[in-house]
Design a protein around this ligand. Structure first.
Ligand SMILES: [Fe+2]
Length: 515
């Protein structure tokens, strides 16, 4: 008689151990190089904790990061002092191959509104110390808050020295408005906004990303940057995404190449997975079949409610075939959406609550309806990828802000600094918007673009514009919001930072004063 070995008899013979989860590896000999080359990060704080992030990647640009394809135990610890004498929490997290051996530890049980320091360890290897901070209790009487606003870090266009300067600003948190990576492949650059050539300061590795491994490699290249690592290690981040984490100007399930939705969904899923793997966010943001539940709120005591919005996933397609165009009828489409019905209702409930002294809408694309026309053009030109292309939901949101006197909108995407005011269709000013420039996208830039005076002349609501790179520092007290525009002299070489302008908003007055 022949013995027929089937899968069932084989498994039966091997016993239950063969069916158990793969063994978790620990210890010294797993890597042939330092495994924490992508640094550490923290984010999404609560009054009793935060998320701690790292990723094992001794060979970050290789598929798999140079890590054995097995779950690996990563020890972590949190201390209440920078000398790491008083360890208050510690544990072991599992870095899983499914998630590129990234680690997202959701620490709880800590005290509110204070700094903590953390690190990760595997065998003898340990990370540098990161510094983070818990939220105040929801009802705490917070008298001052200081935070940074940054994004749009095109690796090819410049160095991330702005992040190094930002790390030294001693902020309570960082709001990142997206474009953490750029999906372009290396190519000769078009001229910049002033007609000057934009040199490729350091090229992207690899072609345009489509697979999860492609996107992972792009994140790894960016996260190897020491300046970016310093900014993560200095403060907790509230991370969002915009378009370039996936593809230029995507919305919903549409890209600009008319790729079938069912096909683009696959690419978006690959990009979202890599975004999650490299962001210090909670497990609730692991991408699912419908995308990522990204919008969320942070309450800084009674001082500030920060609403982190998602202006990509639920948006209807750009009107007028996108780009900078004259208005077409679709701009006033009554069915158009920017936030989608669910997120918009969530935001309306939050704004209606009036709990905090200030409401901050931390989001991606510009809400000011700027007329971009220059030269001989006789009709207004709008950015159809901004809220200006979506007049119906824009007006609904501005109407919600009416009478609050405490709404400040924070935006990215434009690669310019702007400060201005937001008015309803009836002409009532209801909120202030600060647009942060870019860490590097667009290259060195200059104080103002060639067309700046013309754009200002068509847009009385616009109080300030500037075309240098950098970030915003917002200092908020119960009666006053101050935004400092921190700008870099150069980004094609390691540059210096300075304050180009200071804008202030008095509580109860929906207007901005430039100083
Ligand atoms: Fe950007």
């Amino acid at each position: 008689m022949t013995l027929e070995i089937t899968r069932r008899t084989l498994i039966g013979g091997l016993g239950a151990a063969a069916l158990a989860a793969p063994a978790i590896l620990h210890g010294q000999m797993l890597f042939n190089a330092y495994p924490f080359r992508l640094g550490v990060a923290s984010g999404d704080p609560t009054p009793d904790g935060f998320v701690l992030w790292t990723r094992l990647a001794p060979d970050p640009l290789a598929d798999g990061g140079g890590v054995p394809m097995a779950p690996i135990g990563v020890d972590w610890a949190v201390a209440s002092d920078p000398g790491f004498k008083a360890v208050v929490q510690k544990g072991t997290a599992i870095a899983r191959p499914e998630l590129a051996h990234s680690v997202h530890v959701e620490v709880t049980g800590l005290l509110p509104d204070r700094p903590y320091w953390y690190r990760f360890m595997v065998g003898r290897d340990r990370t540098l110390l990161g510094r983070t901070r818990t939220l105040p209790l929801p009802g705490a009487n917070v008298r001052a808050l200081k935070f940074a606003v940054a994004g749009c870090q095109n690796y090819e266009d410049g160095l991330f020295t702005a992040f190094r300067h930002m790390a030294a600003e001693d902020v309570d948190f960082v709001f990142h408005y997206g474009d953490y990576i750029y999906e372009d492949r290396w190519r000769p650059k078009d001229p910049g906004h002033d007609g000057r050539p934009r040199p490729t300061v350091r090229p992207h590795i690899g072609d345009k990303p489509f697979s999860t491994d492609d996107y992972r490699r792009r994140y790894a290249q960016y996260k190897l940057d020491g300046d970016l690592q310093a900014a993560h290690a200095a403060a907790p981040w509230w991370t969002t995404f915009d378009d370039h984490e996936v593809e230029d100007n995507w919305v919903g399930l549409e890209d600009k190449y008319d790729t079938p939705a069912a096909v683009f969904r696959l690419r978006r899923a690959a990009a979202f997975q890599a975004w999650y793997e490299h962001s210090p966010v909670r497990a609730g943001m692991i991408p699912g079949p419908t995308g990522i539940a990204m919008h969320r709120r942070a309450r800084y005591g009674t001082l500030l409610d920060a609403h982190f919005l998602d202006t990509r996933q639920y948006r209807t397609n750009q009107p007028c075939d996108d780009d900078f165009k004259p208005d077409c009828p679709a701009v006033t489409d009554p069915k158009a959406q920017v936030l989608g019905t669910e997120q918009e209702a969530w935001l309306a409930r939050s704004l209606g609550g009036k709990r905090a002294r200030w409401n901050c809408l931390a989001q991606q694309v510009m809400m000011m309806r700027l007329d971009r026309r220059t030269g001989d053009t006789v009709v207004p030109i709008r950015n159809m990828d901004s809220w200006a292309g979506y007049m119906t939901p824009r007006e609904r949101l501005l109407e919600r802000c009416r009478g609050l006197g405490n709404v400040v909108v924070l935006t990215g995407d434009e690669h310019q600094n702007f400060a201005g005011e937001l008015a309803t269709a009836k002409g009532e000013t209801v909120a202030v918007e600060f647009v942060g420039t870019s860490i590097s996208a667009g290259g060195d830039g200059g104080d103002v673009r060639r067309d700046a005076a013309e754009v200002r002349s068509h847009n009385p609501q616009l109080k300030f514009s500037n075309d240098q790179r950098g970030y915003l520092i917002c200092s908020v007290t119960p009666d006053r919001w101050e935004t400092r525009f921190r700008v870099m002299d150069r980004v094609t070489v390691a540059g210096e930072v300075s304050t180009r302008a200071v804008a202030t908003v008095e509580h109860g007055v929906a207007g901005v004063v430039m100083g």
